[in-house]
Design a protein around this ligand. Structure first.
Ligand code: GLA
Length: 390
């Protein structure tokens, strides 16, 4: 049937209906997109949503956790298996099997795979900074050791690990460079060298500087100095990772400080990532921590579960920080949670051991908490729509 004939027939039957006193049915609105039910759907095309995973989760031992991880997230960070002590435990001994499994898991599930981390003062064996006889290593020997490590580890996953936390936590708590063995033995240019070696090992990989509490102005000022130093040195620096270990207590850091930190680093031409997000709901170490509560309040008040009002406060805090992230979605490329569920979180043992913390979106049975619903709804509330599934 020609389209002209078809249109004539349609309009003739419409006129007939009108003449018969029957109004035409109103045009049907385009089918509304169903509300997303997973984080992965809700944030598709906005920024990556990631999670730090442990060996039991990506090795297939913990099937329940693995199912939630692939359902909800599209980016992975390794909680421990790529740290120096794990992947390179002896001078000539590498332990790649767990890291291989991690990368395999991410590849199988089409995830953005992060490497964490290459140069850090912590979880790095003492031998790294010593000669075989226990004496202090020279600058040249430590640089050679750093290069060997980076070439071996980054080189092995070239083209598969998309971005690396090259240097982790190089800044002291209240500003100034951390006097780590790297700094003391090599000097400030250990920073330049680490990025040069990583770029040499995989020229296509994104390279990040990663640190905590950059919301604290003095620490942030040194981080800005560090970034400018790297940029002036001509190294390949793609972005900065703001770890995002927040507190519920006193809303520390404030959303204002979080926002200022994001805009500061975006203003230096860097991608910004929130790389280790969690919100500690417990009081700090009484008498020994800036966030310590008044005496008389228990240090472990939520052993029996998180009361409904604190659940709501946690959800609200997550909603508030995600509103900031979404406002800066042009600069933010990824938000990664440090762990899948409350059972996995390192915060049960920090700043002191054996407490029952509740910092993440899923509880100990992998049930979504009110905080999950808050994060899921955040794009809609911010008026940002996820890209439809391909
Ligand atoms: C730091 C490190 C992470 C992890 C967390 C807490 O932020 O970057 O690898 O160790 O501490 O566990």
């Amino acid at each position: 049937m020609s389209s002209l004939l078809f249109r004539l027939l349609v309009s003739a039957s419409a006129s007939a209906l009108l003449l018969a006193g029957c109004a035409l049915p109103p045009p049907r609105p385009a089918a509304a997109e169903p509300a997303p039910v997973t984080l992965r759907e809700a944030f598709r095309g906005i920024f990556h949503l990631g999670v730090a995973v442990s060996q039991s989760q990506f090795s297939g031992r913990n099937v329940a956790d693995a199912a939630v991880i692939v359902r909800e997230f599209d980016a992975l960070s390794p909680e421990n298996v790529l740290k120096w002590e794990s992947v390179h435990p002896g001078v000539t001994r590498y332990n790649f099997a767990p890291a291989d499994q991690y990368v395999e898991f991410g590849t199988t599930h089409g995830m953005f795979i992060v490497g964490h981390n290459l140069v850090w003062h912590s979880q790095t064996p003492a031998w790294v900074f010593q000669n075989a006889d226990g004496t202090a290593i020279s600058r040249e020997a430590l640089l050679a050791r750093m290069r060997d490590h980076i070439m071996a580890v980054v080189g092995r996953y070239r083209g598969r690990i998309a971005g690396w936390d090259v240097v982790n936590e190089a800044i002291a708590d209240y500003g100034g460079y951390r006097q780590s063995p790297w700094f003391r033995i090599i000097g400030q240019d250990y920073l330049l060298k680490a990025y040069q070696f990583a770029h040499e090992a995989d020229p296509a990989a994104e390279l990040y500087y990663n640190d905590y509490s950059l919301e604290v102005p003095a620490k942030r000022a040194t981080a800005v100095e560090l970034v400018k130093y790297l940029q002036a040195g001509g190294v390949h620096l793609t972005g900065v990772g703001l770890q995002g270990h927040y507190k519920l207590d006193a809303n520390t850091p404030s959303v204002r400080a979080i926002e200022d930190t994001i805009t500061t680093f975006a203003g230096l031409g860097l991608k910004v990532m929130i790389t280790e997000l969690d919100i500690d709901v417990l009081p700090g170490r009484p008498g020994a921590d800036l966030n310590a509560r008044q005496s008389g309040v228990g240090a472990d008040p939520y052993r029996a579960g998180l009361p409904a009002d604190v659940q709501q406060a946690l959800a609200k805090r997550y909603a508030d920080v995600f509103a900031v992230y979404l406002r800066h979605r042009e600069s933010i490329t990824r938000v990664t949670f440090w762990g899948l569920n409350d059972a996995q979180s390192w915060l049960k043992d920090f700043p002191f051991a054996n407490r029952v913390n509740h910092p993440l979106l899923f509880d100990r049975q992998n049930q979504p908490k009110p905080a999950f619903a808050a994060v899921l709804a955040a794009p809609r509330l911010a008026g940002v729509s996820a890209r439809p599934a391909p």
